[in-house]
Design a protein around this ligand. Structure first.
Ligand code: SF4
Ligand code: SF4
Length: 287
C-alpha cells in the first residue's frame, strides 16, 4: 500500500458528491479518496480500490474512432475521447483546493445540520491528508464525518478524533478468520479504536447485508452483540445492491457478485427487527 504520510497533504480524489442525504446527517458533500488495502467481494466502489489514477472504458459510448491497442483501450489520450467512453478516474488534489470546493455548499450544511463526509476506498489510508482536510473543515465551521473500516493503523488518533464529529464504522464479518480470508479486514483491529473514539465523538455502525457473505443469522447476531458491547446505539443497515456492477466492467475488473440474488424486503426487515430488539436505532440505507 502506498501512503502519503509525511508528504504534502495531497491525495487522489475520484469524486466529490454534492447534496448527499446519507453518510452522516443533513445535506452533505461526500469526498471519495482513491485506494483501499482491502478487497470485499461485493465492493460497490471498485474504482476506489487502486491507489493510482486509472482509465475506465465504457464500450457502449465508444464510436471506434481510434484503433485499440490491447483489445480494450484505444490510442487516443483520455482528454481527446469525443464521447466520454474513456474517462480518467482519480485526480490528485490538495487540501486547499478541495476545501474551496466543499465550502461552496456551506449554506446547505448550516441549514440542514450537514457537512462533509470523507469516504473511499479506505480514506484513512491517506491519513495525513484526511486529518489536514478534516481539520480545515472544522476550522471553517463545517461538520465532519468519516466512513471507515477503522482497520488500518492510526498514526495520530488524537488529531483525527478532534477533527471528526462522526465516525461511520463498517461491521461486515464478525468471525476474524473468515473476515481476513474474505475481505482482508481484521475486525479485532477496529474494536479497541472504536472504544477509545466513543469517549470523544459519535460512532455509528454500518452493516452491509450481503447474501452469502454477511447475512447469516450468526454473523448478524455477532455484529449486534459487538455493537451493544461497544456502546454504539445506532446502526445503518446497507442492503446489497448491484449498482457497482457496471464499474467493474468499465475498469476491467472481475466482479465476484455478478448475478447474485437481491435481498427481499423480508430479508432486510428481519435484520432490522433483530437490531431493534437489541435496542439499536436502525437506519436502512436507500429509504
Ligand atoms: S477515443 Fe473514445 S470513442 Fe474513440 S475509440 Fe477511443 S474510447 Fe472509443
Ligand atoms: S473496505 Fe470498502 S472500499 Fe475497501 S474493498 Fe471493502 S467495501 Fe470496498
Amino acid at each position: 500500500m502506498s501512503s502519503d504520510m509525511g508528504a504534502d497533504s495531497r491525495a487522489t480524489v475520484t469524486n466529490v458528491q454534492r447534496y448527499s442525504l446519507h453518510d452522516g446527517g443533513g445535506i452533505r458533500t461526500v469526498v471519495f479518496l482513491k485506494g483501499c488495502p482491502f478487497r470485499c467481494p461485493w465492493c460497490c466502489n471498485p474504482e476506489n480500490l487502486s491507489f493510482e489514477p486509472e482509465v475506465s472504458f465504457k464500450e457502449r459510448l465508444c464510436i471506434h474512432c481510434s484503433p485499440r491497442v490491447n483489445g480494450r483501450l484505444c490510442e487516443k489520450p483520455v482528454e481527446d475521447c469525443p464521447t466520454g467512453a474513456k474517462e480518467l478516474l482519480g485526480r490528485e488534489r490538495g487540501v486547499d483546493d478541495l476545501l474551496d470546493e466543499v465550502l461552496r455548499d456551506r449554506v446547505f450544511y448550516e441549514e440542514s445540520g450537514g457537512g462533509v463526509t470523507l469516504s473511499g476506498g479506505e480514506c484513512l489510508s491517506r491519513q495525513r491528508f484526511a486529518i489536514d482536510f478534516l481539520t480545515r473543515c472544522k476550522q471553517a465551521g463545517i461538520g465532519t464525518a468519516v466512513e471507515t473500516t477503522l482497520a488500518v493503523p492510526l498514526e495520530d488518533a488524537a488529531a483525527l478524533v478532534s477533527a471528526t464529529d462522526v465516525f461511520l464504522v463498517d461491521f461486515k464479518i464478525a468471525d476474524r478468520a473468515r473476515s481476513l480470508r474474505v475481505t482482508g479486514i481484521d475486525p479485532r483491529f477496529a474494536m479497541p479504536t472504536c472504544v477509545s473514539f466513543l469517549a470523544w465523538c459519535r460512532v455509528i455502525g454500518r452493516m452491509p447485508i450481503i447474501p452469502g457473505y454477511t447475512d447469516g443469522e450468526e454473523n448478524v447476531a455477532s455484529i449486534i452483540a459487538s455493537l451493544c458491547d461497544l456502546g454504539i446505539d445506532r446502526v445503518d443497515v446497507l442492503p446489497f445492491h448491484q449498482l457497482g456492477e457496471g464499474k467493474y466492467e468499465s475498469t476491467g475488473r472481475a466482479y465476484a457478485c455478478a448475478g447474485m440474488r437481491q435481498l427481499t424486503a423480508d430479508d432486510v426487515a428481519s435484520v432490522v427487527r433483530t437490531c431493534e430488539l437489541a435496542g439499536l436505532k436502525v437506519v436502512v440505507s436507500g429509504e
